[in-house]
Write a protein of this length. Structure first.
Length: 137
């Protein structure tokens, strides 16, 4: 157990230099009624376009993501459930965002980076996403 804690402390660190995405410039956030990891990770951005997604409040998402920092991981973190979301970047390009149901991290498939939220925002973020997902069912 101690070895695992040391490994996580050394390898799952957030980048204090910031993010490569200006999250405040994103818009048209949506969440989809898909949470099967096998399907969510294989679905392409083009396949997301025709899906009916429920809108998320851009301002609310921006508040949460202001604390997001790049999470450097040697391999994909353990996914114990996920939410499929999307948004548009400042150039209007659709970005696929896969959000962990149990951690405060997510994958931006557009740039290939994992991001971690501030620990103080993790619980409210997960509650917000759970309520939004329930509306898709």
């Amino acid at each position: 157990m101690f070895v695992l804690i040391v490994y996580l402390a050394l390898h799952l660190t957030s980048d204090t230099a910031g993010t490569s995405v200006k999250w405040d410039d994103t818009k048209n956030w949506k969440i989809y009624a898909l949470n099967n990891s096998a399907k969510v990770f294989t679905i392409s951005v083009d396949s997301i376009k025709p899906l009916n997604g429920d809108p998320l409040n851009d301002d609310s998402v921006h508040i949460f993501l202001r604390s997001a920092k790049i999470l450097h991981v040697p391999t994909s973190p353990a996914w114990m459930g996920c939410y499929l979301t999307s948004c548009e970047n400042r150039n209007g390009q659709l970005m696929k965002i896969v959000i962990s149901q149990y951690g405060g991290f997510f994958l931006n498939a557009y740039d290939g980076y994992y991001y971690q939220l501030d620990a103080n925002l993790t619980r409210p973020w997960l509650d917000y996403m759970r309520r939004a997902y329930i509306k898709t069912e």
